[in-house]
Design a protein around this ligand. Structure first.
Ligand SMILES: [Zn+2]
Ligand SMILES: [Zn+2]
Length: 375
């Protein structure tokens, strides 16, 4: 049902690259497109990608802009063409990434591999016609919205149906919000991309929320060796509590690859990089056993290059993949992760600290210092 009255709300807006997030009044488009849903955000995770975009490191973004891509809220109105006829105002929902629904990967049921991922999610273009959704600032300026299909840093946001996952646990929405990106990326890389088993060894480089949820997923799957690597002792300790069988502090270890090869007696079956640091990605490839797979999950700097010994790579049958959103199908995988949490197998509450939006800058500072991993 389209809604006609003007919808004034507030949003954390970034005026231009490197500016702070500022809470200001905005007006959102009052008329819903047929596949859109109006959601009142109750919580949002903060993913490192939001900070990458705020700093202007992705040149295609039009400022001013509203970021946020791990929303949790309540449905206020539903567009006339929304396919899920059981979706109604008052429903509690989590919000994940958007996908075109039409490309070859979407048609194979793999929305995380959507060919339009960057345009649709980063540049926030509507998949159906390439237009850019906007909200309006008080002075009439247009503000880019529908980042990842939903711009969760806006209290009232017009979102794409493709982003929506119903949440049967409204009491847990605060800790479930980051399932929309960070948590499903970590768990999904282990469970969907690698499909790791009890016979495998897995190395996880970088213990932010993505790396630590990967540790949780590997522990849940009873992966034989779960090796967590970071530079910060408190994160390594947490990884151990969450199920890592071995931890390596890269600062104190002269040769991380040699240490992994020693622990695994020849190399790991899987390694994922959550840091985006080129040298670490190279280590992730280097530490693999024959037939091992490495995944790039963290975001490397644009234009960076890897050094790789292609002969060894070939002769050892190694694989290197890029993994977006943990190869997840959010409508299936997020409910699975919610149930894992409820049965005590995915303790994401250990990673969450909840802030009022007025303390957003404190939250960012804490994230930078590794105190709060998500909000
Ligand atoms: Zn697609
Ligand atoms: Zn993210």
């Amino acid at each position: 049902m389209a809604t006609a009255q003007k919808l004034q709300t507030e949003a954390l807006v970034v005026e231009k690259a490197k500016d702070d997030f500022k809470l200001i009044t905005v007006t959102v488009d009052p008329v819903l497109r047929s596949d859109e849903v109006l959601v009142e955000m109750k919580y949002s995770g903060v993913c490192h990608t939001d900070i990458v975009f705020q700093r202007g490191l992705v040149p295609t973004v039009k400022f001013p802009a509203i970021f946020g891509h791990e929303g949790a809220g309540v449905v206020k109105a539903v567009g006339s063409g929304v396919k899920d006829k059981s979706l109604h105002p008052g429903d509690f929902v989590l919000l994940s990434f958007n996908a075109c629904g039409k490309c070859v990967e979407c048609s194979k049921g793999q929305p995380a591999r959507c060919h339009g991922h960057v345009e649709i999610n980063h540049t926030a273009k509507r998949p159906e016609d390439g237009s850019t959704p906007t909200a309006m600032a008080d002075d009439g300026r247009k503000v880019s919205s529908q980042f990842f299909g939903h711009s969760s840093f806006c209290r009232l946001s017009v979102v794409k149906e493709a982003c929506i996952v119903k949440c049967p646990y409204p009491e847990s929405m605060a800790i479930f919000a980051p399932l929309g990106c960070g948590f499903q990326t970590g768990a999904g890389t282990i469970m969907n991309s690698f499909k790791a088993t009890e016979k495998d060894s897995v190395v996880i480089f970088g213990l932010g929320s993505v790396g630590l949820t990967a540790v949780m997923a590997a522990a849940y799957l009873k992966v034989r060796q779960v090796i967590a690597v970071d530079l910060v002792p408190v994160k390594l300790k947490l990884a151990q509590e969450l199920g890592a069988t071995h931890t390596i502090n890269g600062k104190d270890t002269p040769d991380t690859v040699a240490e992994i090869k020693r622990i695994t007696e020849g190399g790991a079956n899987y390694a994922m990089d959550c840091t985006g640091v080129v040298k670490v990605i190279e280590n992730a490839i280097e530490c693999l056993s024959p037939c091992g797979s490495a995944a790039i999950v963290g975001v490397p700097a644009a234009g960076s290059r890897l050094q790789l010994d292609p002969l060894t790579f070939l002769l050892q049958n190694k694989r290197l993949i890029g993994t977006i959103e943990g190869d997840s199908v959010p409508s299936k995988f997020i409910p699975q992760l919610m149930e894992l949490h409820k049965t005590g197998n995915f303790p994401i509450d250990r990673l969450c600290k909840i802030y009022n939006v007025k303390d957003f800058h404190q939250a960012l500072e804490d994230i930078e210092q590794g105190k709060g991993l998500e909000i």
